[in-house]
Design a protein around this ligand. Structure first.
Ligand SMILES: *Cc1c(COP(=O)(O)O)cnc(C)c1O
Length: 236
């Protein structure tokens, strides 16, 4: 039951448990339709730019993996939160001067996309920072304004991350161009993963996560379909 006396300053109470269940049901259905195990696809709840009032009920309903795209915003929101099993994933670009702060907060960094960053990560881990789980971001649409290594450079970049910097890469991540059907981009990411021995693929958002699951996504990043529309400005 929803309290009738909720703070009038807040929007109508959201049925977070229901929204979470519906997204998880859709993930499971898409996995089954693709002949895959539902348990092989995990949900990253993208909490960027969401008020805590929207996030907390999702946390209470049992969700433990959250995605954020800015280090400082994420630190303001999450550094005092410590529910058992919490996993934070950085899904936005990482500046080299924020690497240490990112390693203090995030379990997974999905946006490894350049050699300077690989070098910085390796350096901080050597100096005692917690080693993150890493995904290499691939700019499958080769969009100039978008981060990520070009598809043709991905193999060489992965080899350098592993060989030169001793980084264990867990998987690949992509954000397809907004104006194109996402399927070919997901297929390309899966192909690059397969030839590099990487089966973990972070792909698919609110509008296309079912397509991504069909193409082999092992984690989908869902924000607005779970929490509702984001604030226009980041609000920790
Ligand atoms: C914001 C964001 C998402 C979530 O987008 P929705 O469309 O709200 O699901 C997923 N991935 C990345 C990299 C994002 O920046």
């Amino acid at each position: 039951m929803v309290s009738a006396t909720h703070d009038a300053a807040h929007a109508a109470p959201i049925d977070a448990a229901g929204a979470l269940r519906r997204i998880r049901d859709r993930i499971a259905a898409a996995a089954v339709a693709a002949g895959r195990e539902p348990a092989d696809v995990s949900l990253t709840a993208v909490s960027k730019q969401q008020p805590w009032e929207a996030i907390e009920p999702v946390l209470t309903a049992g969700q433990r993996v959250f995605g954020e795209n800015r280090v400082q915003e994420a630190a303001a929101r999450w550094s005092d939160q410590n529910p058992p099993g919490l996993e934070l994933r950085l899904i936005g670009p990482l500046q080299t001067n924020k690497v240490r702060a990112a390693l203090d907060l995030f379990d997974v960094i999905e946006t490894l996309d350049r050699e300077r960053l690989a070098e910085r990560l390796a350096h901080e881990v050597q100096r005692g920072a917690r080693a993150p789980r890493l995904y290499v971001q691939v700019n499958t649409g080769e969009e100039p304004q978008k981060a990520g290594v070009a598809p043709l450079e991905a193999d060489a970049f992965l080899a350098r991350c592993r060989g030169d910097y001793g980084l264990a890469v867990e998987g690949l991540m992509c954000i397809p161009p907004e104006a194109e059907p996402p399927g070919p981009h997901f297929a390309l990411l899966a192909k690059i993963g397969a030839r590099n021995g990487l089966s973990r693929l972070s792909m698919g958002m609110s509008a296309d996560f079912e397509v991504a699951i069909r193409h082999g996504a092992t984690s989908v990043r869902v924000g607005s379909a779970l929490f509702g529309p984001r604030a226009a400005h980041p609000s920790p």
